[in-house]
Design a binder for this molecule. Structure first.
Ligand code: SF4
Ligand code: SF4
Length: 77
């Protein structure tokens, strides 16, 4: 099935969390008890619930942390 969703690039995210409040469908979660290549916590998008509104991308201060397409291979859960 083709998923139409945004992606949080796990190793670019810095765990700032501004994306959470920006999401109208509450489909962003923290990866539990994990750190990424930068050594920070990171978030992921539940692609089957994302409505591709772009709110998270507008809110995120980290260049390249959120992509406007679905790349599950870049997003660790
Ligand atoms: S995607 Fe951006 S706003 Fe969301 S937790 Fe990661 S760095 Fe923060
Ligand atoms: S694109 Fe919209 S619905 Fe999807 S994760 Fe970002 S804020 Fe949530």
């Amino acid at each position: 099935m083709e998923i139409n969703a945004f992606t949080i690039v796990s190793d670019v995210c810095e765990g700032i969390g501004d994306c959470f409040a920006a999401c109208p469908v509450d489909c962003i979660s923290w990866a539990q008890d994990k750190t990424n290549a930068k050594g920070t916590k990171y978030a992921y998008i539940r692609g089957d619930e994302c409505i591709s509104c772009g709110g998270c991308l507008s809110a995120c201060p980290i260049e390249g942390a959120i992509l406007d397409e679905w790349f599950p291979e870049l997003q660790k859960v």
